[in-house]
Design a protein around this ligand. Sequence first.
Ligand code: 2PG
Ligand code: MG
Length: 445
Amino acid sequence: MRATIFSIKAAQRLDSRGKPTVQVEITTSDGTFPAIVPSGASKGDYEAIELRDKDSKAFGGNGVLEAVRNVEEVIGPAIMSKAFDLAEGMKPIDDFMVKLDGTSDKSKLGANSILAVSMACARACAAAQSVPLYEFIAREIGSKGPGYTMPVPFFNVLNGGVHSGNGMAFQEFMIAPIAAQSVTEGIQWAAEVYQELKSLIVEKFGKSAIGIGDEGGFCPPISHPSEALDLLVESFRRSGHDSHFQVGIDPASSEFFKDDKYDLGFKTQETDMRTKSGMAELYNDLIERYPIVLLEDPFAQDDWDAWVSFNETCKIELVGDDLLATNIIRIDKAAEKKACNALLLKINQIGTISEALTAAKRAYELGWSVFVSHRSGESTDSFIADLTVGIGSGHLKSGAPCRGERVVKYNRLMDIEDILKAQNIECRYPGEQFRWAGKARDSRN
Ligand code: 2PG
Ligand code: MG
């Protein structure tokens, strides 16, 4: 029997920062399938455009009623009129929406409206094929298995940059439980370190310093990256997880790039200007002194020379976020220039699930790693947990082991691990090999 869509409904709801976002519900003969889209704060210039109402009387101009209307009055009716067979997968629907919008950045109908429909469609298509979402995504990207690679979770436990109010310029300090044997064990260890970190912060800075930032990490009154890294190393030690973790950093440096320099004091009264080579020296020094294995956006989105020169000698994973914007044109440009060796995969940077999968596939073809990511403004939608398992990216970041919109993804990963184990389906935890999970996936194809 053909599985088709009965209705597509949209509504304005709130994200984790209390700002409006788009929710969609698609009803088919298999049931009702919801989705809510996330939203970034440190957004790149090359991301697809999310529509905001600009009506200053509502939500300070951040309303998404136009995007909601676009789903209900334009996208929904157009998709319904085509009567797509959901069992055939989601690419025809995503391609149709991309054409319907007609712009290169989805500015006509809005990446927030299009993505919400795309995510809900993925769930509806999975149901039409009678498989879980992660398996549907594995099919869509062409993975033949056997089994699945679970991700090493990278927990952002210290928040800085535009995600917090302290003086720290760098946005994210992430801890990765590489020595665990499973996602479930890794999540437990990270939660233990997180609690230890909290005690350490109380000890050093007092109780008033345990407030958290947008992604659930602490934001104590520190400003130099080595202060943050010292706190992490000490909490590994105190929690008995000394050699169990490695570290990732996302400075999100486009946010403090001014006049061809980087201002590490951009959140304080004092400027602290660094040249590109000064920044490269700082990173190399930190990599030498701490167990850092991943560096994301160390340079600004158009500072190509700095990226290329750093990548020449970089031995760790060098991830392009604002640099690539999950956009295949930017990925190809970066590959040609040899600017980085990994893609940060954010579904709302490009606006459809199919295009996100195409971006991941291209990264794998280039021999790069793929790092799946949430946004700082999130919802309790756990879509990216299934996404990361489906594409076998081997690692993902979803913030701290704290706050509902962050832990819902980690909890879903533990659910998936349980389901796979109960069904005797191979489910690998890549540990230290997280970078090469995509490669391993490709060689099995
Ligand atoms: C990032 C993200 C997610 P935002 O820079 O990688 O952690 O932040 O969603 O604010 O762009
Ligand atoms: Mg980033």
